[in-house]
Every structure is written in structure tokens, then in C-alpha cells.
Design a protein around this ligand. Structure first.
Ligand code: ZN
Length: 296
């Protein structure tokens, strides 16, 4: 009898401690449902797993209707420390747009990955929030092109032209431009990203935006010939935004550089700080590093 009582007490203690640790974690919401990238259901699961594996996050996924404006899409943004967009599709209902903008102004966190920056070319607040975007009718009216010259000078180029382009996929080097920012601190100055689309010629308001790392879009590989923003942050009201144009394919997201940047950037967007370490298998300037998703 006594033994049974102790056993029950023990189980109760385990239950309490599990609840407490979940409550201590940051909450993230991945938004998906429409995307011209057919791999999106998998990439959402990959990002969920990467964030959970950091030990810092609980992660929910919310899915819109597969086509058109989903009038029922109204997640409770304010329940979450950070939103992660894997969405590239039709406009959200007006009320949801307003709730999203209020959430950001009030100090919400947002993560923009790859084609999420193709969304909502005609929604001014969204474009200010994400800093830069591509396609979706973007042109000189959307804001400048932003890039670094070979000499390391940041340029805001207001010349005419469409926003958003990439050449054929290939592995490319990420060059850290700000080694003191919490997201990039401790990364090698240069590291080799696995095969991905190198987005170039993005454009947008680019206000309150800080470029932390770039990639050279080699003309010989169909690129712009510019050093394009690959890791950057934006502040909007009290909100924090971490944005990476990387992450086209599931293989691209298996890059340890991508995984680490996602974990750190999401933590930073949620809290303004980073505790996720740079792992031992982080890529170097010469060597990519990939973790096969689902492999033990
Ligand atoms: Zn893509």
C-alpha cells in the first residue's frame, strides 16, 4: 500500500515537472497551407523538428485552406512568442491581416523563410515587416534593391526593375557581415551552404533592416553579380523579424548552417537573445554539412 502511494506520488511529480518545462518553453506557430513549393508540408515538419530539437520551443502548425482567401483563417497570434511563415499564397482575410500587424507592432516575433517573402506583394505593412521580397508584382515602387558591393559597401539601389530572381541551384558561400549580432556571433566568417536557390534582386521598403550575412550571386551561375542579403533582421514597432531567403528544398534545409540559423534567428525573434550554440558539425568555408532529415 505504502509502496503504491509512493509510486503514485512519483508519477504526479513527473507529470508536474513535464508541465512546468513545457510552460517554460517559447511557443512558435508555423503558418502554411499554400505555397508554390510543393515540398512545404515536409519543410514545415522539418522546421518544427529543428525548433523542438533546440529544446527551447513548443511548436504548433496552422494550415490555411488550399486555395484562395481562407475566411476562417484567424489564428490567435498573441498566444505565441514567434510566428514562422512557410506561406506563399492568397491574401489573408482583412481581420487576420490587422491582427497580424497589431501583433508585430506590440512586440511579436516573426520568421520569414524563402518563398514566404514572395507573398503579399501588394500589402504595404507586410512588406515593411519583412524588409525585402520577391515576385508578386514587386518593382521599383516596392522599394530599393539592397546589396553589398565587392568593397563591402551597403547599397540601396532605387533603379527600375522587377523584384526577385534566381539562377540555377548550387551550393554557395554565406559571408557574415555582422559578427557581433546574437544570431551570427561565433559563426565562421564564411561558410558553405548546400544546394539552394540563391535569391537575388529582392526589393522592399528595407527600413529598420540590418543585413547580417550575404551571398555572392555569381553572374557565371546566373546571378545578379551582387552580394545579396541572406540573413537579415527587421524591426517593426516593438516587433522583431528574422528573415532568410535560404531554404528552397528539403535538402537545402538539411544544411547545418540553415538549421542553426533558423534556431538562432527564431530564438532572437522571440526574445531578442540567442542561447543556441554553434554546433561542432557547422559548415566551414570549404565544406558543407548536412544532416539527413529523419536519420537517427
Ligand atoms: Zn524556391
Amino acid at each position: 500500500m505504502k509502496k503504491h502511494f509512493l509510486y503514485s506520488l512519483c508519477l504526479a511529480a513527473i507529470a508536474v515537472s513535464t508541465t512546468a518545462s513545457a510552460a517554460d518553453k517559447l511557443s512558435a506557430l508555423i503558418i502554411e497551407g499554400q505555397n508554390n513549393h510543393g515540398v512545404w508540408p515536409k519543410t514545415s515538419l522539418m522546421m518544427k523538428s529543428y525548433l523542438e530539437n533546440s529544446g527551447l520551443f513548443t511548436v504548433d502548425i496552422v494550415r490555411t485552406a488550399p486555395k484562395g482567401t481562407d475566411e476562417n483563417f484567424a489564428p490567435e497570434f498573441s498566444k505565441y512568442n514567434v510566428l514562422v511563415s512557410n506561406y506563399n499564397g492568397a491574401a489573408w482575410p482583412k481581420k487576420t491581416q490587422e491582427a497580424f500587424v497589431s501583433y508585430m507592432k506590440d512586440g511579436g516575433g516573426l520568421v520569414i523563410v524563402h518563398a514566404a517573402n514572395n507573398s503579399f506583394g501588394n500589402w504595404p505593412a507586410y512588406n515593411e515587416i519583412i524588409g525585402l521580397g520577391g515576385w508578386g508584382g514587386r518593382n521599383e515602387k516596392s522599394g530599393p534593391y539592397v546589396y553589398f558591393t565587392d568593397a563591402g559597401k551597403l547599397v540601396r539601389d532605387t533603379s527600375k526593375g522587377g523584384g526577385g530572381h534566381h539562377g540555377p541551384q548550387h551550393p554557395f558561400s554565406i559571408v557574415v557581415r555582422d559578427k557581433e549580432h546574437p544570431i551570427t556571433k561565433g559563426m565562421p566568417r564564411e561558410w558553405l551552404h548546400v544546394q539552394d536557390e540563391l535569391y537575388d534582386l529582392l526589393r522592399g521598403p528595407a527600413v529598420n533592416m540590418q543585413v547580417l550575412a550575404t551571398a555572392y550571386a555569381d553572374k557565371g551561375k546566373g546571378g545578379s553579380g551582387r552580394h545579396e542579403p541572406m540573413i537579415f533582421t527587421v524591426s517593426y514597432g516593438k516587433g522583431r523579424i528574422f528573415h532568410t531567403p535560404m531554404g528552397h528544398g528539403d535538402y537545402s534545409q538539411e544544411c547545418v548552417g540553415f538549421i542553426t540559423t533558423l534556431q538562432r534567428g527564431t530564438e532572437w525573434a522571440a526574445t531578442g537573445k540567442v542561447t543556441v550554440p554553434i554546433p561542432k558539425d557547422f559548415p566551414t568555408a570549404e565544406k558543407t554539412s548536412q544532416r539527413k532529415f529523419g536519420a537517427k
